[in-house]
Design a protein around this ligand. Structure first.
Ligand code: NAD
Length: 253
């Protein structure tokens, strides 16, 4: 796909990896539909997109709400004249041990709130956005591509029962969509980032960051631009579909 003038939706586009993706795609001439919960964050990303010489629109939407997501994709197509790409990037964590034991006694269990919140945003949000994006692409006879942002944690990680389940799920859904939607000219893939130096991670104490970096074969955290670059690679390469790209500096947990 030549990204010039293509419409790409990025959920969680207000900050972090989503913002880096928006800037990478803006530099390639794509028009961005930026989706997030916070209008101020969205405005800042859109300003940066404009400074990079492209354009877009912002949409406040909770990706876990079916009616909001249905209306979102109707609006995007009406406002922007079509839809060619979706990056399912919005995601949250609510970490905690599955079972916490102290002095032989169970002191806590992962709660249903911790479970449901992460399921709602990461898994249901990805399902809903992809479903509505694919429906619009098929209705408008537009070729397209859907990218799910998974994580290195998809193989299992301490304290992340809820998160790891969703990140394995979004990878598997991309494989299913690649198989089901190819006949409509729609591709799907996923990216599993390792530890990436987003603002939040960079705000950690240097000592803590150095400790994480020391355990990575590349001996450094990933840069948001390196994940963004993988997004544009997948969008641009029409023979890529159904696979998960691990971008983690060689780390496997
Ligand atoms: P972030 O918290 O900086 O950004 C996530 C964005 O998603 C935020 O702007 C947030 O407002 C938005 N969001 C959250 N819930 C939403 C909802 N219900 N509806 C719409 N928007 C919502 O996180 P990030 O580090 O940029 O991570 C982006 C994605 O990459 C996530 O899916 C995360 O799991 C994944 N990831 C990140 C890393 C990393 O090291 N940063 C590593 C692996 C995977």
């Amino acid at each position: 796909m030549d990204l010039k003038d293509k419409v790409v939706v990025i959920t969680g586009g207000g900050r972090g990896l989503g913002r880096a993706m928006a800037l990478e795609l803006a530099n390639k001439g794509a028009r961005l539909a930026l989706v997030d919960l916070n209008q101020d964050d969205l405005d800042e990303t859109l300003n940066q997109v404009k400074a990079a010489g492209s354009d877009g629109r912002t949409y406040v939407c909770n990706v876990s709400k079916e009616a909001e997501v249905e209306a979102l994709f109707e609006s995007i197509v009406a406002d922007m004249g079509g839809l060619n790409g979706l990056v399912n990037n919005a995601g949250i964590t609510r970490d905690g041990l599955f079972i916490k034991v102290k002095d032989g006694e169970i002191v806590s269990k992962m709660s249903m709130d911790q479970w449901n919140l992460v399921m709602d945003v990461n898994l249901t949000g990805t399902f809903l956005c992809a479903r509505e994006a694919a429906a619009q692409m098929i209705k408008n006879k537009q070729e397209g591509c859907i990218i799910n942002i998974s994580s290195i944690s998809r193989s299992g990680n301490m304290g992340q029962t809820n998160y790891t389940a969703t990140k394995a799920g979004v990878e598997a859904m991309a494989v299913t969509w690649a198989k089901e939607l190819a006949r409509y000219g729609i591709r799907a893939a996923s990216i599993a980032p390792g530890y990436i130096g987003t603002e939040m991670v960079m705000a950690m104490k240097e000592e803590a960051r150095e400790k994480i970096a020391a355990g990575i074969p590349a001996k450094r955290l990933g840069k948001p631009e390196e994940i963004a670059h993988t997004v544009s690679f997948i969008l641009e390469n029409d023979y890529v579909s159904g696979r998960c790209f691990e971008v983690d500096g060689g780390l496997r947990i």
